[in-house]
Design a protein around this ligand. Structure first.
Ligand code: FES
Length: 84
């Protein structure tokens, strides 16, 4: 079976208030819509210590910084488009 991917979204107060509150909802919708919930473990995380570069998202060991609401779909497509 394919390895599961772990995705963590920073829900520390800085990232949360700068957009991740909405990004969580968009990611959940994306995973559901594309039937990826079994392949990708999606979790909230505490402050990653990189608030200045946030909002932050982590996919396995890769940290994606400056996640914008307008770019999240594109980021997810780039990372997971081949899993659909
Ligand atoms: S709150 Fe997200 S890195 Fe600090």
């Amino acid at each position: 079976m394919a390895q599961r991917i772990e995705m963590q979204i920073c829900l520390g107060s800085s990232c949360f208030s700068r957009g991740n509150r909405e990004v969580v909802i968009m990611i959940r919708d994306y995973l559901k819509k594309n039937h990826l919930e079994d392949r990708i473990v999606f979790k909230g995380a505490r402050c990653m210590g990189l608030c200045n570069h946030g909002p932050n998202l982590k996919i396995n060991d890769k940290i994606i910084q400056g996640v914008a609401l307008s770019a999240i779909e594109e980021i997810l497509e780039k990372e997971f488009g081949n899993l659909k």
